[in-house]
Design a protein around this ligand. Structure first.
Ligand code: KIV
Ligand code: ZN
Length: 518
């Protein structure tokens, strides 16, 4: 059997869809560029019919990124497929990914309207026709059509196989067998893929793809079981981000295939040395924290602390390390960035994180770096990502906090007063809350007069001691659009205010981008 394994990245579709945070087209393009450097074969750039912004982002990536296949997701509905076809039209190698739910739970639950049929049998017959039709419509736009059989992990086998055979006949070139709910157990999922390869007519003429979710913590194990049993495309996301508990973590799958070459005997075209910077870039843009113990790319993945382990590693690295940290891009010698670090040091670190800039942009980032470094003992990777975000992809400053004050203490009701500039207008307002930060957010939100919901508030100290720098990430949502705002200061209330204002400005920018796309 062919030993080439194709890597399908869905960070920008299944990952972003679930992150709760909306990325602008420029951020998505930057991630797509980095995914291309990482060597993924296929980038699923988005779901074009889901929103005008997604359509724009997929079209932009299709125009700009030339190495990997650029794929768009679509429901099995002709109109959606046509939108998807238009979005990927400019790609050098375009793919449409269409499909529908095939498990009884999906067939009955999602297609409950009688127009699909009254009985399970009738509904299945309708869905079979829809699946075939979807593939045919997609083939009018590209001859690379991937079909997904949603919730295949829980589907009735004979119906699943019938659908798969029919879509191969209709022209599908890749069959995606998702374990949508993360229900499968590796042996079962492996057997499902083996059965598809051996029992579905003409399955040898198409690529079988695995797409697993992590609800029971087995997404990577299931994906690998699928690969071991004949799948030749594996889908995943950077850092394992995705719906609910997430998708299979790409870096874990690829490093398992590479580290256990003796067992899998498969080849990819991935460049794992790009994992570290890809992981950090995705986390920074989505305002997510990577758990320190995360396999392959967590901050502690290669740290050793117990005496026996440290002694062992110092004598012979392989005693406790199966991956060389440099092979996944961990910086070999960590340069500590401080106010005394020169231009070249900062440039080097930015490059390690996947950012390359023209000279003027670099100067701009460096000037800002010096200001941050003045306030902190050490400038961390997350700080650099935030600096890049502010300097190179700035959001227009529509909301500006000119004045704020909070008061709290035992026996008092925490309150806040703010003066907010909105364009040319100024609003002053006071509010009360459960604590000073809550009061401040309420005051800003009242002054901005926006029905914004605070979905997440995360604070972390990035240095230690009394002058510790606090960083705040907030997730704000308005009319179904969520963004992440970031703020840093030695005063955590000020950091919170900055993050909230940054979030408001980002929401404004997304609204503008949407109006522009419409
Ligand atoms: O999990 C899933 O089933 C999916 C499909 C839309 C491919 O993401
Ligand atoms: Zn999925």
């Amino acid at each position: 059997m062919n030993n080439r394994l194709f890597i399908f990245d869905t960070t920008l579709r299944d990952g972003e869809q679930a992150a709760g945070t909306r990325l602008g087209s420029a951020d998505k393009l930057e991630i797509a560029r980095q995914l291309s450097r990482l060597g993924v074969d296929i980038i699923e750039a988005g779901f074009p019919s889901s929103s005008p912004e997604d359509f724009e982002a997929v079209s932009l990536i299709a125009r700009e990124i030339t190495e990997p296949v650029i794929c768009g997701l679509s429901r099995a509905v002709a109109e959606d497929i046509q939108i998807c076809g238009r979005a990927i039209a400019k790609a050098r190698r375009p793919r449409i990914h269409t499909g529908l739910g095939v498990s009884d739970i999906h067939v009955i639950g999602k297609f409950n309207d009688d127009k699909y049929g009254k009985t399970l049998e009738e509904k299945r017959a309708t869905l079979l026709k829809m699946a075939v039709n979807a593939v045919k419509v997609a083939r009018d736009f590209t001859n690379d059509v991937q079909f997904f059989a949603e919730d295949a992990g829980r589907a009735h086998r004979p119906f699943l196989f019938e659908v798969l055979e029919a879509v191969i006949d209709a022209g599908a070139t890749v069959l995606n067998i998702p374990d949508t709910t993360g229900y499968a157990i590796p042996e079962q999922y492996g057997a499902l893929i083996r059965d598809i390869c051996s029992k579905v007519k003409n399955s040898g003429k198409v690529v079988i793809s695995v797409h697993c979710h992590d609800d029971l913590g087995m997404a990577v194990a299931n994906s690998l079981a699928g690969v071991k049993n004949g799948a030749r495309q594996v889908e995943g996301t950077i850092n394992g981000i995705g719906e609910r508990a997430g998708n299979a973590a790409m870096e874990e799958i690829v490093m398992a295939i590479q580290t256990r070459q003796d067992y899998f005997c498969l080849k990819t075209q991935m460049k794992p040395t790009e994992f570290y910077r890809t992981s950090r870039m995705v986390a920074a843009k989505l305002g997510m924290t990577i758990p320190p113990n995360k396999a392959v790319i967590g901050g502690n993945a290669f740290s050793h602390s117990s005496g026996i382990h440290v002694d062992g590693v110092l004598k012979e690295r392989q005693t406790y390390e199966i991956i060389n940290p440099e092979d996944v891009g961990f910086p070999a010698s960590r340069i500590v960035l401080t106010a005394r670090t020169g231009h070249a040091g900062v440039k080097h670190r930015l490059e390690e994180l996947g950012y390359t800039f023209a000279k003027e942009e670099l100067d701009q980032v460096y000037q800002r770096f010096l200001k941050v470094a003045d306030k902190k003992q050490e400038v961390f990777d997350d700080d650099l990502a935030a600096i890049v975000r502010d300097e190179i992809h700035p959001v227009p400053e529509i909301y500006r906090l000119d004045y704020w004050n909070t008061s709290t203490g035992k026996g008092t009701i925490p309150s806040a007063t703010v003066r907010l500039s909105i364009g040319k207008d100024e609003v002053e307002i006071a509010a009360w809350g459960d604590g000073p930060v809550d009061a401040l957010f309420k005051a800003i939100s009242m002054a901005a007069n926006k029905p914004v919901e605070l979905k997440k508030y995360e604070i972390k100290a990035v240095t230690s001691g009394a002058k510790a720098m606090g960083e705040v990430n907030v997730q704000l949502e308005e009319s179904g659009v969520a963004v992440t705002g970031y703020g840093a200061s030695t005063d955590i209330i000020e950091a919170s205010a900055k993050a909230y204002i940054d979030g408001l400005n980002r929401l404004y920018a997304v609204r503008e981008e949407r109006d522009h796309a419409l």
